[in-house]
Ligand binder design. Sequence first.
Ligand SMILES: C[S@@+](CC[C@H](N)C(=O)[O-])C[C@H]1O[C@@H](n2cnc3c(N)ncnc32)[C@H](O)[C@@H]1O
Length: 333
Amino acid sequence: MDWSVYKAFWEKYLQETAGTETLLSNDPKRMKGRHAYATLATLLRYVEIEHLRDMRVVDYGCGTGRLARLIAPFCRHLILVDVSVEALRECQRRFGHLSHVEYRLADGSDWVIPEAVDYVYSYAALIYFSDADSFWRTIEGIDRRADAFAIHLHNAIHEAPHMTAYPGAIKELHTAKFYRPSPATLLDRYPSAPAGRYMVEWHEPDVRGQDPFFYKMSQALSAITPGDGPSLQCTRGRLDKFLCREAERWYANGDSSRALDLLLELAGAGTESWEIYNNLGVIAFDRSNVDLAITCLKAAVSKGHPTEAVSNLEAVYRSLGREPEDRLVAKPQ
Ligand SMILES: C[S@@+](CC[C@H](N)C(=O)[O-])C[C@H]1O[C@@H](n2cnc3c(N)ncnc32)[C@H](O)[C@@H]1O
């Protein structure tokens, strides 16, 4: 394989998309919304989320930092790896203020992480290898260095961004040679590997739920999952709870704008956590935004009538000299 063509392809692609933050998609749901958080929860599914703060993490094929943005504030050390100089430059521009984020240029073929790390995640990057040996050398290199890892292989070649962006380049990269790891290939390679240590395959369920490939893959994985592997740790619910606590910490330390931004983003990303709406309501009320406070606290109450949200909502009404609008809020569970 001619790696200079491969690298040149990504460099050109990044140069044209980096500043727009639309590397993978320009769909806001995938940038900041619920797909982004579903992806994050899945990428971290084998991580004890409360331990993230102590962890050295690698984002392999970080692109312009769509996912790094979500994880960087919460881990001890984040190593961003990409084959493109432009990708790393853009990440540096975005995360330069975070001293625990570091940038490494991969050579494109089988860059090996030189030191031990706690966790490696990779989204929509390693699928682009068109050479099986390099693919496996890279996976095995990651395996040697990381305590655990999650690699996303969506494997839907027709979706590769360069298909539409660079119809010419695809010929140079050669579709026919694209290495497409299949469930069978993975199982041949790691017949008794505990799931989670080796492979995680998924796509945001409501994007690709019915795709036969993903279906087959999850069947294949379910065959090797039981008992052996680490148990699933992170879920969207746990992730939201964790992030909510982080926002509370920021707020307590006087950084209310940052806390508000995170909570708003989580609400926009369709959280089911009443605490997020409750905290939003409290902060909005503190900032004298009574309408927003009522909306958020009502949302918190509607997600299970927690006593705390009910009394916060009642306090807002009382401050306005109004009775609670309906008795709904008077009956906590
Ligand atoms: C589709 S983008 C995904 C970016 C990011 N992971 C995300 O989810 O937004 C693929 C990224 O993988 C990088 N990449 C492709 N092959 C790579 C390799 N062999 N080693 C490291 N990075 C690679 C590309 O430069 C590009 O930034």
